[in-house]
Each structure stands twice: as structure tokens, then as C-alpha cells.
Design a protein around this ligand. Structure first.
Ligand code: SD4
Length: 334
């Protein structure tokens, strides 16, 4: 690390520690706060990557990009691409479970530190929706392209046409067709949308989210993942958040934007994730036991947080040279 970078990192870390201390002091004096899951991670230095689910190869890729001096935006794109290309993952990219008609349709979005946003929804036949989302952000006058138009744009700028329905996913779909019983319930095992947030050596934050959405969804269904403020939100002055789980619930509460705004008001990433889950819980009554939503968040100082409704959600953090799966606290326990 050169001297300038060292000074930069130390300065950022300094802010992180004092902000962390202040937050801790605040948490101690607050009698109202339930002593649930306050967990602050104080950044040693950047870069930092946090992602939904156990995706160590993806976080390792993102980390490697930033360790070499690359931007958080490049890290997000390349990290998400790892899971999109993984045919065994049945919720992202190739190998994703199809909709009820047998079509694999992908949703993705990306945000850079300037607050720019690009997204694709209902995209078919393209291996890397996260890269197409970035191109929408950087090379079009728009922010969101859908369906055939998104595919046409991707093909025109050089992406290849690929069959995304693998033998395994086709078999699973054929087995599902025997009963064709669609219930808008996600089993915990069914989740692994990749939501990824990164802070690079300069302290700049980017984020991305990529998914094949819910298995056997109705044709045309779009979830939270590609929608700014719901599946993802980045504000380089404050922090970032991303979601996984039943997209309909995240959309109704604009979860990721809510988390970033709560952090702007002084909540830690952990407190903000808990509050966003509580909003869903309050609206859902008895239904709450039937679905999952999980959030992760990071603030400008490199503190991280995560919380979900049900047991089973995990996330990965690559920070301080360590790439590690974490198990967050969850609402149904309390
Ligand atoms: C969606 N949030 O489309 C996504 C689903 C998910 O792993 O997280 N799948 O609603």
C-alpha cells in the first residue's frame, strides 16, 4: 500500500472508530432499545464487501478487484458475475429456476457512488444481467429496460444469446408442473438472490443485485431486486442496503431506501435492518411465519448489519483480509 492510500485508509478508519464509539455509547445509554442484536463491526480498513448468502467466491472476486485498486463499481459487477455464471445456483443467472411457463427471466440492478442507477427486468437469454444493467446506466439515456427491449439492447452491444434453462432446472420445473401448485411463499432454501455492497480503497460505495426471481412465478412477474430503493439502494454519503426474500414484501415497504434513510438519521446498519424488518412484520400479521425477507447494510464508516424474518438467512463479509460467512439474528426468535 502506498503512503497516500495508507493515509487515506487511516483517515477513513479514524472516522469509523469514532463514529462506532459514538454509536456504542449511544446504544448503552438508550434504555428503550431492546437488547436484541446490536452488533457493530468497526472497519479496520477498506476495501470491504458484504453480500447476501454464502457466496465466498463472489466476495473474493470483488475483494480482489478492489485490492488491486479497482473501483467498488467494478468489484460489484465482477463479484455478481461469479454467481450469475454458476449453473448450480438456482436463483441467479444460468440455472435459475424458470417461471411457470418454463422461461428463465432475470432481474438485476447496479448503483455507483454518484447515485446513478441502471437495471434490467424480465431479461431472457443473457448470461450476465448485472453487466447489461451497468451498460443501461452508462450507455443509455434511461435507467431501466425490460423484456425484449432489454434483450435486444444487450444483443446489439455484443452480449451473446445463451440458453439459461439447465437440465437440472428443467427437471425441477417438470416435476413442479405435475401439481402446478403455485403459492406465493418462499422456502428459505429457495433464496439466493445476490445482493452485494462494496466500499473501495477510496471509501466509495457501490451496490448490485441480481436474481432469477421466484421459482415458478407468473410470466411477467418482477420482484424487488432490480427496483431502486427496494432491492438495492446506495447513497455514497451515508451507506447502502440490499435485500433478499419475498420481493413483494420488500417492494411494499421500499426496504433498502428505508434502511439508508434510517442510517442517515443516525441508526447503525444493524438497527436500520431491524427496523425495516419490523415494518414488514407489523403489516403482515399471521402471514409472517410463511415467508422470508433478509437485509444487509453497510454505512460509510464500514460498519455492517444484517437481519431477517426467519432463521436460515446467512451473509458473507470480506473485510480485514477475512472472507467469512455470518449468521444474523432474526425476528421469529424473539
Ligand atoms: C424476488 N427477492 O424476486 C427476489 C427473490 C429472492 O433468491 O431473493 N430469491 O422477489
Amino acid at each position: 500500500m502506498n503512503r497516500r492510500k495508507f493515509i487515506q485508509n487511516t483517515a477513513i478508519t479514524g472516522i469509523g472508530i469514532s463514529a462506532g464509539m459514538a454509536a456504542l455509547a449511544c446504544a448503552k445509554t438508550s434504555e428503550e432499545k431492546k437488547t436484541n442484536t446490536e452488533k457493530l463491526t468497526i472497519s479496520g480498513s477498506f476495501p470491504l464487501v458484504i453480500a447476501t448468502w454464502d457466496v465466498k467466491e463472489a466476495t473474493a472476486k470483488a475483494w480482489e478487484v478492489m485490492q488491486k485498486g479497482g473501483s467498488s463499481l467494478d468489484a460489484i459487477e465482477q463479484g455478481c458475475m461469479v454467481e450469475e455464471a454458476n449453473a448450480d445456483g438456482q436463483s441467479v443467472g444460468i440455472g435459475g429456476l424458470p417461471d411457470r411457463d418454463g422461461n428463465v427471466t432475470l432481474d438485476a440492478c447496479i448503483m455507483n457512488p454518484e447515485g446513478d442507477y441502471g437495471a434490467v427486468v424480465y431479461l431472457q437469454n443473457i448470461l450476465h444481467p448485472i453487466s447489461v444493467a451497468r451498460k443501461v446506466m452508462e450507455e443509455t439515456p434511461h435507467v431501466l429496460l425490460a423484456g425484449k427491449g432489454a434483450e435486444q439492447f444487450a444483443l446489439e452491444i455484443g452480449f451473446e444469446k445463451v440458453n439459461l434453462l439447465t437440465e437440472n432446472s428443467k427437471k425441477a420445473w417438470e416435476a413442479w408442473k405435475i401439481t402446478s401448485q403455485y403459492q406465493p411463499i418462499i422456502n428459505i432454501e429457495n433464496h439466493d438472490t445476490i445482493g452485494m455492497l462494496a466500499i473501495d480503497q477510496k471509501g466509495n460505495i457501490s451496490g448490485g443485485c441480481t436474481t432469477s426471481g421466484l421459482a415458478y412465478k407468473m410470466a411477467g412477474r418482477v420482484g424487488d431486486s432490480p427496483i431502486i430503493g427496494s432491492g438495492l439502494f446506495v447513497d455514497n454519503e451515508v451507506g447502502a442496503a440490499t435485500a433478499t426474500g419475498l420481493g413483494e414484501e420488500v417492494l411494499k415497504t421500499v426496504g433498502s431506501f428505508l434502511i439508508v434513510e434510517l442510517m442517515r438519521q443516525g441508526k447503525s446498519p444493524q438497527e436500520a435492518c431491524e427496523e425495516a424488518i419490523n415494518r414488514i412484520v407489523k403489516k403482515s400479521g399471521e402471514r409472517i411465519k410463511d415467508f422470508q425477507v433478509g437485509y444487509i447494510a453497510v454505512n460509510k464508516q464500514g460498519q455492517t448489519g444484517a437481519y431477517s424474518i426467519q432463521k436460515g438467512f446467512v451473509y458473507t463479509v470480506y473485510q480485514n483480509e477475512e472472507n467469512k460467512k455470518h449468521i444474523p439474528e432474526y425476528y421469529m426468535k424473539s
